[in-house]
Write a protein that binds this ligand. Structure first.
Ligand code: NAI
Length: 694
């Protein structure tokens, strides 16, 4: 039973009991409503208390009901709140730990509210591209005032109960046992003459409501230009201010129903559920035992090793950092300290915390010092022979059961695992640069990786606040394998008639954080060059435009050499279009004998994005990614794909696979068309009107 009913001391205690956070699913809503009615009829009951069992008052809507008929089945939350508010006997909501979304809206329907200190109070619907749909936009401003309410609703950020103690939201902050305090409060309330106060009857006090709302609108326009929900939140609040509670409520409902249908809300919900789904691996049940991971070893203190180490230091886990030479080790440690000092300068880290973190790190040149580590992550040069050396040594010294991970971005993890006598303990942990900042972690599952190793690193990823996505073994894994096709298209388009700045501008307008050429200049053009050289050897049939090789032959490796696809003034990172590069591109096109043509922005975006989609489809066919949403999570968290479009696979669903396939066939007819063969999965879905994300 999701709700418990008991009478204590003349007070009906209605306890929400739907773990983990008392989500307001259908049975919970029904239970509350029945409790309220039963208490109304019971002559022995003088007052009611609504309280949550376990970890929360209520976290709001039951997310397992999202997109199911149960979400809207009566009694809806609106109906429940109406009944609570209409109760002739006083209702006291007793809030601890969490009152969010529908949970807070329910409490706002009660006549009185008391809270334990430290409870997190929020209306986070905006984060899913929605607005609070059960009176939140109307009641919260009446309880906490216009400004606080608007900030809470538009940001979705939690505020602690003490901060709201002085508002009409709370009648009391209860130290000590919450239920005891609620019972005492309820008995006192029952003594009062009715009717009991309703939040809806309170005025919205503000000396200049209109001015403030206009100010809020301007601020939101600046930060949320791609998302309609924050604007609608303001509209709904304004309606209540201008036309009163009932009209405001009706308008809120209208806005809610409209927002649910927007692609932006779909994208945000897709990302929300995609993140959770990424953590679930079909053949690794959630009760798989995990290995204890408390001590970390990192091999290689370069760009990646240092950033990787910081993740664990930040989480309070001690790290032993190994290098081959003292100076490389010193440099690595100094870089970590410099990064922390930069954070401290910005006020993000106290000097004490900085020292605490640095004290957790132990530099070493001796493999023996890694013997106690529960997890060792290798981040040395990207050469199989170097990886071999490292893994053979790790196999010698690591304790039994230690997890051995590689941060390789292109090498075959199964080969790396085979360098050890314990391939079941080997896994890929592919961090993205800068590793202490980027959210994405590709967890590479080798053919022999043990299930408990996977379960353990997935849990660890949460601890270091990464979005972990499992990838099978293939060249480039999910993210880089797809981006290679995208870059290939970008280079073909240079050859056919576009220039770097035009391509970057078009895809940035689509919403990418950075276009392919600015990205390449940042990462270093030599990295792609090395990969292409390998391709030319290993897959001579895979045709590439050689225009990028020309650039590298000119020594233009990107920002680090002050010149790449763009020119960079010394010490600056802003990309200036380069005459030299333009001329090189013109000359290259000429040599190829193909005339240059004007390429429209629409074609640029279509070719770049659909190249991702088509390769993503192949990745699904091959089982490298288990589900389309995993691919979307990789692109949203690691590659700057616009959040409001939900990732390449959801974007393909939105435009329809029929249209995707048609466009691919069209490009297959054009010059460089051999790069375009629709993936079987694309054709199947196009024929069956299917979607990647079901
Ligand atoms: P890096 O060159 O900055 O650092 C490598 C470090 O490993 C150097 O400090 C070197 O002294 C050390 N090293 C070399 N051999 C060693 C050995 N036998 N034992 C101990 N230390 C040794 O390279 P970076 O960029 O940090 O890359 C490391 C790994 O991470 C590579 O496998 C790379 O493919 C991968 N990676 C790199 C990304 C990037 O954006 N740079 C992104 C994701 C993965």
């Amino acid at each position: 039973m999701a709700v418990d009913y008991a009478v204590r001391d003349g007070v009906a205690v209605i306890t929400l009991d739907n773990p983990p956070v008392n989500g307001l699913g259908h049975s919970t809503r029904l239970g509350i409503l029945e409790g309220v009615e039963r208490a109304g009829h019971d002559a022995n009951v003088r007052a009611l208390v609504l309280i949550g069992a376990g970890k929360a008052f209520s976290g709001g809507a039951d997310i397992t009901e999202f997109n199911t008929p149960k979400a809207t089945q009566e009694p809806t939350l609106m109906t429940v709140i109406k009944a609570v508010e209409a109760s002739a006997k006083p209702v006291v909501a007793a809030i601890h730990a969490v009152a969010m979304g529908g949970g807070l809206e329910l409490a706002l329907g009660a006549h009185y509210r008391i809270a334990a200190p430290g409870a997190q109070i929020a209306l986070p619907e905006v984060k899913l591209g929605l607005l609070p749909g059960a009176g939140g936009t109307q009641r919260l401003p009446r309880a906490v005032g216009l400004e606080t309410a608007l900030n809470m609703i538009v940001s979705g950020t939690p505020v602690s109960s003490e901060k709201l103690a002085q508002t009409a939201l709370f009648d009391e902050i209860a130290e000590g046992d919450l239920l005891d305090a609620a019972l005492a409060f309820a008995n006192r309330a029952a003594e009062r003459e009715g009717p009991h106060p309703k939040v809806r009857d309170r005025p919205i006090a503000h000396p200049n409501a209109e001015g403030f709302i206009q100010f809020a609108r301007n601020s939101v326009a600046a930060v949320a230009k791609h998302f309609p929900a924050p604007h609608k939140c303001i509209d709904a609040i304004e309606k209540g201010v201008q036309e009163g509670f009932e009209r405001g409520l009706a308008f809120e409902r209208e806005c809610f129903l409209a927002l649910v249908q927007t692609p932006e809300s779909r994208a945000l919900r897709h990302a929300f559920f995609g993140e959770r789904a990424a953590g679930k691996i079909a053949d690794v049940p959630s009760n798989t035992p995990v290995r204890k991971i408390e001590r970390i070893g990192v091999v290689g203190a370069g760009t990646m090793g240092g950033g990787i180490a910081m993740n664990f230091l930040n989480a309070g886990l001690p790290v032993v950092l190994l290098e081959t030479k003292q100076d490389a080790l010193d440099r690595g440690i100094a870089t970590i300290r410099r990064n922390y000092e930069a954070q401290a300068k910005k006020g993000k880290l106290t000097p004490e915390k900085l020292e605490e973190r640095m004290a957790l790190i132990r530099p070493t040149l001796a493999y023996a010092d890694l013997a106690q580590a529960d997890l060792i992550i290798e981040a040395v040069f990207e050469e199989l022979s170097v990886k071999e050396q490292v893994f053979r040594q790790l196999d010698e010294i690591a304790k039994p059961g230690a997890i051995l991970a590689s941060n390789t971005s292109t090498l075959d993890l199964n080969k790396i695992a085979a360098f050890t006598k314990r391939p079941g303990d080997v896994v890929g942990l592919h961090f993205f640069s800068p590793a202490n900042v980027m959210k994405l972690l590709e967890v590479v599952r080798g053919a022999k990786t043990d299930k408990d190793v996977l379960a353990s690193v997935m849990q660890l990823a949460k601890k270091i606040r990464k979005t972990a996505v499992v990838s099978g073994v293939c060249d480039g894994f999910i993210g880089n394998r797809m981006i290679e096709q995208y870059i290939r298209q970008a280079l073909f388009m240079l050859e056919e008639g576009a220039l770097p700045a035009q391509i970057d501008r078009a895809i940035e307008k689509f919403g990418f954080a950075m276009g392919p050429f600015r990205m390449s200049d940042l990462a270093g053009n030599d990295i792609g060059w090395a990969i292409r050289k390998r391709r030319y050897r290993e897959q001579p049939e895979l045709r590439y435009s050689r225009v990028a090789d020309r650039l590298c032959e000119m020594g233009r490796f990107g920002q680090k050499t002050g010149a790449g696809w763009y020119d960079y003034e010394p010490g600056r990172r802003d990309a200036q279009p380069s005459k030299i590069v333009d001329e090189m591109i013109f000359a290259y096109s000429k040599e190829q004998g193909a005339g240059r043509r004007r390429i429209g922005d629409e074609e640029i975006v279509e070719r770049l994005v659909l190249s991702l989609v088509n390769e993503g489809a192949k990745i699904l066919e091959e089982g490298i990614a288990a589900k389309a949403s995993d691919i979307d999570m990789v692109y949203l968290t690691g590659y700057g794909f616009p959040l409001w479009r939900g990732g390449p696979m959801l974007y393909a669903d939105t435009i329809g696979l029929y249209n995707v396939e048609r466009a691919i066939r069209k490009y297959a007819q054009q010059p460089n068309g051999e790069a375009w063969r629709p993936a079987a999965r694309v054709s199947e879905l196009a024929a069956s009107a299917g979607r990647f994300n079901v």
